[in-house]
Design a protein. Structure first.
Length: 544
C-alpha cells in the first residue's frame, strides 16, 4: 500500500499580516513534534512503521521501510544512498492520533549519520530514546542524548525488543540513571521477563494490559485490560514481580512528574516490542499526554517568537543534488509561528530577499505530497531553495531571526586538495560554498595553508557529499586524504602553542573562529590532560 500524507485544505487561512486565525492556538496545542534517538539496529524503522500503523496511515507494517524492494531511482544522489544501503528518504512523517497531529522527524543514523542527524534535534520538541533490551545504552544513542540534554529537549525512554532475551528491567534503568544521570520513571512496566513478553503493567492505573501476538506483528496487537486480581490469576508470579519492581522505583521517588520531565531531569519509561506492536499505542499515549506542544523560540535579539506571531520557520536540513537534472535543492523547515500557506511570499532573514513558497512538499519515503498549509511544529520541504542553509530563518510580516544552529563535535577529518592547480579559484569557491551551507566544517592553520583545508565531519558520508558536489556543481576534482585524528576539543590561543608541540595533536581554527585541537585518540588525550592539566581541552557537545 502507498502511504499518503494528510494535507488540511479545509482550514481557512487569512493573508499574511492579518490577525491569526482562531484555530491557530488549537492547532498548536494538538501538535507533538518528536524524533527517535537510537543506535543502529535498535528498531527505529520498525517502530516508525508500528507508529504509523497505529495511526492507521498504512494498513500493514512494512510499507514504509523499503530496505528491500526499493524503487529504482534516477539521480546520482539516490544511487549513492542505494549503494550504501542508506535509509534516508523520509524526513518527516505526519499522522493523526487521538485528536492530535504527530510529526515524527527522521534522524538519519546508519552510514548516513552526519551533522544533519544532530541538526534534526533543533526541529523537535521531544525525543524518544529507543534502547535495545539486550544492549542497553549504545554510543550513538549517548551522543544524541547529549544533544537533547544540551538543548533541553525532554526524553521519553522506550526499551524495545522485550520479546527477545535481554537484561532485567531494573538493571537497564540503573544503567540510565548511572551513566547519564537521567532518572527513569516507569509508566508501563513489563509483565514477563525479556523474551517472555506477556503484557504491560500500567503503573499509574494499576491495570494490566495483555497483548496477543498477530502474524509477524503486521497488524495492531489486540489488547485486553484487566484489573490487578484478574492479572494475578492469569500471570501469577510474573504479575507479582512486575508490581514489586515498579513499586520499588515509585517508592524511591521515581514517579512521573511533568515539571521534572520537561526540565530534562526524569524520563518516563515504556517497555515495548516494536516488532510485535506491543506497547506502541502506549508510546503514542505518552507523547500526547506528556510531550510538550510547540512553544516560543528565542531569537537573536534576545526576545522570543510566540507561536501565535506571524509566520516564521527555521531551516534545519538542506538536501542538494537529489535530482541532478534540475540541480534540485530541497530545504526542510520547521514552522515556528503562525500559519504557513503554500504560495505565500516570505522573507529570507539572512539575505533580506523574498522567497516564494510555491513548491512546498512533505517528503515521505519516495512520496512527495504538496503541502497547502502548515502550523507550528510541522515540517515542510521547499524546492529550489538555493540560498537556504541549515539554521536560516524565513518569516512573514514581522521580522525575526533565530540563532544559528550550533556546530557539533566532528569525529572524522580529511585534507582536501585540488587535483589541478589551474582550478584553484573554483576549488576555493566550492570550499566556501560547502562551508557556508554547513555540509562540512572547514578547519585551517598556517602550516597547512589555504590550499589544503581540513574537512571535519560528524559522519564520513559528509565527505562523499563534498566530493560529489565539487565535481558536479563546480567541475573540480578534489583529492581527500583522511587524517589520523578522531577527537576534536575546543582550545584557545594560550594553549595552542604547547598543544601544537605534542605528538598526535594539531591545532586549527574553524571558520566560525573557534580553535580546535585535533587529537589522535582518547589515550593520547588522557595522557596530555594528565601531563599538562592547565591546557584548555574542552569537550564540544554542541558549541553554543
Ligand atoms: P534501525 O536500524 O534502528 O532502524 O532498526 P530496524 O527497525 O531496522 O531493526 C533492526 C532489526 O531488529 C530488524 O531485524 C528488526 O526486525 C529487529 N527488531 C526491531 N524491533 C524489534 C522488536 O521489537 N523485537 C525483535 N525481536 N526484533 C526487532
Amino acid at each position: 500500500s502507498t502511504p499518503s500524507v494528510d494535507t488540511d485544505t479545509t482550514t481557512a487561512v487569512p493573508a499574511a499580516g492579518t490577525t491569526p486565525p482562531k484555530n491557530l492556538r488549537r492547532e498548536v496545542e494538538r501538535r507533538r513534534t518528536f524524533a527517535v534517538i537510537s543506535h543502529p539496529d535498535a528498531g527505529k524503522s520498525t517502530l516508525t512503521e508500528a507508529l504509523a500503523l497505529h495511526a492507521r496511515k498504512i494498513s500493514e507494517a512494512g510499507a514504509i521501510h523499503g530496505k528491500s524492494g526499493r524503487r529504482s531511482t534516477v539521480s546520482d544522489w539516490m544511487e549513492m544512498e542505494k549503494a550504501r544501503g542508506i535509509s534516508v528518504s523520509s524526513t518527516a512523517l505526519q499522522f493523526d492520533y487521538a485528536d492530535h497531529t504527530i510529526n515524527l522527524v527522521d534522524t538519519p543514523g546508519h552510514a548516513d549519520f552526519s551533522e544533519d542527524t544532530y541538526r534534526v534535534l533543533t526541529a523537535v520538541d521531544a525525543a524518544v530514546m529507543l534502547i535495545d533490551a539486550a544492549k542497553g545504552l549504545e554510543p550513538q544513542t549517548l551522543k544524541l542524548f547529549q544533544v537533547c540534554r544540551h538543548r533541553g529537549i525532554p526524553v521519553i525512554t522506550v526499551v524495545n525488543k522485550w520479546d527477545r532475551p535481554g537484561r532485567s528491567p531494573l538493571e537497564l534503568l540503573d544503567e540510565i540513571e548511572e551513566r547519564i544521570g537521567l532518572t527513569p520513571t516507569p509508566l508501563y512496566w513489563p509483565v514477563g521477563i525479556a523474551g517472555d513478553f506477556r503484557g504491560l503493567l500500567d503503573v499509574s492505573e494499576h491495570q494490566y494490559i495483555h497483548f496477543t501476538r498477530t502474524a509477524g506483528g503486521a497488524t495492531i496487537a489486540p489488547e485486553e485490560f484487566m484489573d490487578s486480581e484478574a492479572a494475578q490469576s492469569r500471570e501469577g508470579d510474573d504479575w507479582t514481580t512486575a508490581v514489586e519492581e515498579s513499586e520499588l522505583l515509585v517508592e524511591s521517588g521515581q514517579r512521573h512528574d511533568e515539571d521534572e520531565f520537561l526540565a530534562g531531569r526524569t524520563s518516563p519509561v515504556i517497555f515495548a516490542s516494536a516488532m510485535l506492536n506491543f506497547g506502541v499505542h502506549q508510546i503514542l499515549d505518552t507523547l500526547v499526554s506528556f510531550a510538550p506542544a510547540p512553544g516560543p523560540r528565542p531569537d537573536v535579539a534576545g526576545g522570543e517568537r510566540e507561536v501565535t506571531d506571524p509566520f516564521s520557520a527555521v531551516v534545519f536540513k538542506v538536501q542538494a543534488g537529489m535530482d541532478t537534472a534540475h540541480r534540485d535543492r530541497l530545504a526542510f523547515m520547521r514552522v515556528v509561528s503562525g500559519v504557513f500557506e503554500r504560495g505565500m511570499v516570505v522573507t529570507h532573514a539572512q539575505t533580506g530577499k523574498p522567497f516564494t513558497t510555491k513548491y512546498a512538499l512533505t517528503v515521505f519515503g519516495r512520496e512527495r505530497t504538496t503541502v497547502e498549509n502548515a502550523y507550528p511544529g510541522d515540517v515542510v520541504g521547499l524546492v529550489n531553495a538555493t540560498a537556504l542553509a541549515p539554521g536560516h530563518t524565513l518569516y512573514a510580516d514581522r521580522k525575526v531571526e533565530f540563532p544559528p544552529i550550533p556546530s557539533f563535535a566532528p569525529e572524522h577529518f580529511a585534507v582536501l586538495r585540488a587535483e589541478s592547480a589551474s582550478k584553484y579559484k573554483q576549488f576555493r569557491r566550492a570550499v566556501d560554498q560547502m562551508d557556508q551551507e554547513g555540509v562540512v566544517q572547514i578547519l585551517r592553520n598556517d602550516i597547512r595553508g589555504d590550499a589544503s583545508p581540513v574537512l571535519a565531519a560528524v559522519g564520513p558520508m559528509q565527505f562523499e557529499v563534498v566530493s560529489a558536489r565539487m565535481k558536479s556543481e563546480f567541475g573540480v576534482e578534489a583529492r581527500m586524504e583522511p587524517l589520523g585524528y578522531s577527537i576534536a576539543r575546543r582550545t584557545d590561543a594560550a594553549s595552542a602553542g604547547e598543544l601544537g608541540r605534542q605528538r598526535g595533536v594539531e591545532v586549527f581554527t574553524r571558520t566560525d573562529g573557534v580553535m580546535l585541537a585535533l587529537v589522535s585518540d582518547k589515550w593520547r588525550l588522557q595522557y596530555i590532560q594528565k601531563e599538562l592539566p592547565d591546557l584548555l581541552l574542552e569537550p564540544l557537545v554542541a558549541a553554543a
